[in-house]
Design a protein around this ligand. Structure first.
Ligand code: AMP
Length: 278
């Protein structure tokens, strides 16, 4: 496994790798990340990952400073998974003095997470486009866990004619249903126990959908009831069109994406579930 830190080094190391699958991450790797690494080998000659805690996607009062950075353990996991190339830049490499460009994706980046975290998706789009230009992957893998991020990246790739095939891997969950996340380590034992309410809510809504419920407000209140049984504070509960993430009043036969963001103490959790066509 080759670890590279500069743009020139990365491009040189990438050149002989053939068709390259790529998984961008912020590190603190868990089985969700590793599942994407596994998927990235499919149809490719080699796999690259990046570990970069991107400051431009964090708001001023968010967890940038305390975001976990267990770099040695992360590298061991990537090595064990057979990853060929790891891009491990510093902030100065990605944003050198004088850096002054941002990518702004439109409507898809403004709702949901974008409304609660202004500037977040601009930071994501900017760093992902830089990572694509530096690593030059053929295929890039993103997790369904961050469903809006997948839509924002797809929009950017389409609009800017980026020669990258964007693919989405399923959400990996803990045994009780909590979506794996690098941020789960912030949860106190009590909050960790309560955080299963997100998945309980999503599952309750899915069961109601399967039973014929089509009214988005009714589905949302099933989820709200699960969260209300805990100390969680809801940022949003959304039932939206699968591609545009526009809010729905009635779920069409084609289905929808239910997504939510809930805070337990200082920890903000997001999760989502696809209501598949019926
Ligand atoms: P992050 O390190 O949080 O930026 O995540 C890197 C990639 O892993 C993103 O594409 C995430 O959507 C994806 N990811 C995060 N959590 C999970 C999960 N539980 N299952 C699958 N993919 C995930």
């Amino acid at each position: 496994m080759k670890i590279v830190r500069t743009v020139a080094e990365t491009r040189a190391a990438r050149a002989p790798l053939g068709r390259l699958g790529f998984v961008p991450t912020m590190g603190a790797l868990h089985d969700g990340h590793m599942s994407l690494i596994g998927l990235a080998r499919d149809g490719c000659d080699a796999v690259a990952a990046s570990i970069f805690v991107n400051p431009t996607q964090f708001g001023p009062n968010e967890d940038l400073a305390r975001y976990p950075r267990p770099i040695e353990a992360d590298l061991a996991k990537l090595e064990a998974a057979g990853v060929e190339l790891v891009f491990l830049p510093t902030v100065e490499i990605v944003y050198p003095a004088g850096f002054d460009t941002r990518i702004e994706v439109g409507a898809i980046a403004e709702r949901l997470e974008g409304a609660v975290r202004p500037g977040h998706f601009s930071g994501v789009a900017t760093v992902v486009s830089k990572l694509f230009n530096i690593v030059q992957p053929d295929v890039a893998w993103f997790g369904q866990k961050d469903v809006q991020q997948t839509r924002v990246v797809r929009q950017m790739v389409r609009d800017l004619d980026m020669p990258v095939d964007v693919r989405v891997g399923p959400t990996l969950r803990e045994a009780d249903g909590l979506a794996m996340s690098s941020r789960n380590v912030y949860l106190s034992a009590t909050d960790r126990a309560q955080a299963v309410a997100l998945y309980r809510g999503l599952s309750a809504a899915e069961a109601a959908w399967a039973g014929g419920q089509r009214d988005a407000a009714a589905l949302r209140s099933l989820i709200a009831a699960q969260i209300a049984a805990t100390t969680g504070v809801v940022d949003y509960i959304s039932i939206a069109e699968t591609n545009t993430l526009e809010e729905l009043e009635l779920v069409p036969p084609a289905g929808a994406v239910i997504s939510l963001a809930v805070r337990y103490g200082a920890t903000r959790l997001i999760d989502n579930l696809v209501l598949s066509a019926r």
